[in-house]
Design a protein around this ligand. Structure first.
Ligand code: DOR
Ligand code: ZN
Length: 426
């Protein structure tokens, strides 16, 4: 199929493009990018008043297949992602069975081919995510894994983590750390502080994250592994990463829209849509995350899209599973909270949601940029459209969002992914 996108404001910081241009796409490939293209060959999309970004890339999603398809399948998750402006995502391995075997990766890649979406699976770092024995990283890489992580279960054995990082480094696999010292976290269900005391809920100290990040950074320095600290929630973590970067240790980081825009005050109504790991923390933490995003300490924005059914989330706060969905609101929250409030420019928004994730994953050219000769992976964005997040509008199988009822400013209006126009909302 051919498309001509007319007069969209193209924002591509990698190639230093920030101008109103036309984009001609033929057979899924970007063929021309310049002013006033006149090829009435195919469908014309009026980009007037809209921005064109490289397609968004999410470094952290849970698509629940195999094992928990009632929460989300690869198909439903990919559709939710496409609606949100994403063209690619890294899937976490806490499925059932866990993604520690070639067959699980094969299945993910095969299913992803049913929609025009890219999945880059993260495999487990230890067998069964049990933290005891290393996974077969070389085989997993060969099967198509792009990263290794045990996500929710931080590897507490430092020697095992050292060995994991040595292997990952040899194989050039990204090591993703959900940094959480479980003994320190102590079975808590929200941030430890004034709010947890007031609500009578068991708290998780920020130190449980900072301690874990510090160890992982030291091991990254020792082994030379590429460490990526995901969903940063605490001020102390931002400080640790800033220091590590000053020391030229190969560490990158992401933060989620909920952690840079919300605080633990929202747990006051015991609404389980504000329960996730790591938990929402204080205003001081939130501001430190925003500062880290602004100064580059935090490279990327990732959703930690973690669907759970309404029945599961209906439980009491301490019993409900942690996690919130995020693919359909990430761009809107980022534009509302960071762009419209003057924290980031649009180029920086593109960096955080597309260019940096592509760089961190070492994706080939065409991801995180808009380049002639590469496959079209793009998103058309209306940065001014105001819309209210409604439970019933989610494409995801689950609706456990912490932004329900919020009015956001900015939305993906069309996503072109794998050279295919997925959705048009104008
Ligand atoms: O909130 C979370 N949800 N944190 C995790 O680490 C796991 C995730 C999930 O799988 O639901
Ligand atoms: Zn996690």
């Amino acid at each position: 199929m051919n498309w001509l996108i007319k007069k969209a404001h193209v924002v591509d910081p990698k190639n230093k493009v920030d101008a109103t241009l036309d984009v001609a796409i033929k057979n899924g490939i970007i063929r021309e990018l310049r002013k006033d293209i006149e090829t009435p060959n195919g469908e014309t999309i009026d980009g007037n008043g809209l921005y064109l970004f490289p397609g968004l890339i999410d470094l952290h999603v849970h698509f629940r297949e195999p094992g928990f398809e009632q929460k989300e399948s690869i198909l439903s998750g990919s559709r939710a992602a496409l609606k949100g402006g994403f063209v690619a995502a890294v899937t976490m391995p806490n499925t059932q069975p866990p993604c520690d075997h070639q067959s699980v990766i094969d299945n993910i890649i095969r299913k992803a081919n049913e929609v025009p979406f890219y999945l880059f699976p993260a495999a487990t770092l230890t067998k069964g995510r049990e933290g005891k024995e290393l996974s077969e990283m070389a085989d997993l890489k060969k099967a198509g894994a792009w990263a290794v992580t045990d996500d929710g279960t931080w590897v507490s054995d430092a020697l095992l983590m050292r060995r994991a990082m040595e292997y990952a480094s040899m194989l050039d696999l990204l090591v993703i750390s959900h940094a959480e010292d479980h003994r320190l976290a102590g079975g808590g269900v929200m941030n430890e502080g004034v709010m947890s005391t007031r609500l009578g809920l068991k708290g998780i100290p920020a130190a449980s994250e900072v301690v874990a990040v510090s160890r992982d950074v030291i091991l990254a320095e020792l082994t030379g592994a590429r460490l990526h600290v995901t969903h940063v929630s605490a001020k102390g973590t931002v400080e640790q990463i800033r220091l590590a970067k000053q020391k030229k240790i190969s560490v990158t980081a992401d933060a989620t829209p909920h952690h840079f825009s919300l605080t633990d005050e929202l747990c006051a109504a015991y609404d389980t849509n504000f329960k996730m790991m790591p938990p929402l923390r204080t205003e001081e933490d939130r501001l430190a995350i925003c500062e880290g995003i602004k100064d580059g300490t935090i490279d990327a924005i990732a959703t930690d899209h973690a669907p759970h059914t309404a029945e599961e989330k209906m439980a009491e706060f301490q019993d409900a599973p942690p996690g919130v969905i995020g693919l359909e609101t990430a761009l809107g929250v980022t534009l509302t909270e960071l762009y419209h409030k003057g924290v980031l420019s649009l180029s920086q928004v593109v960096n955080k949601l597309s260019r940096e994730p592509a760089k961190i994953l070492k994706l080939p050219s065409g991801f995180g940029e808009i380049r002639v000769g590469t496959e079209a992976n793009l998103v058309l964005v209306d940065v001014h459209e105001e819309w209210t997040v409604k439970k019933e509008d989610f494409v995801s199988k689950s609706n456990n969002s912490c932004f329900i009822g919020k009015t956001l400013k900015g939305k993906a209006v069309a996503t072109i992914s794998r050279g295919t126009l997925w959705q048009k909302q104008f």
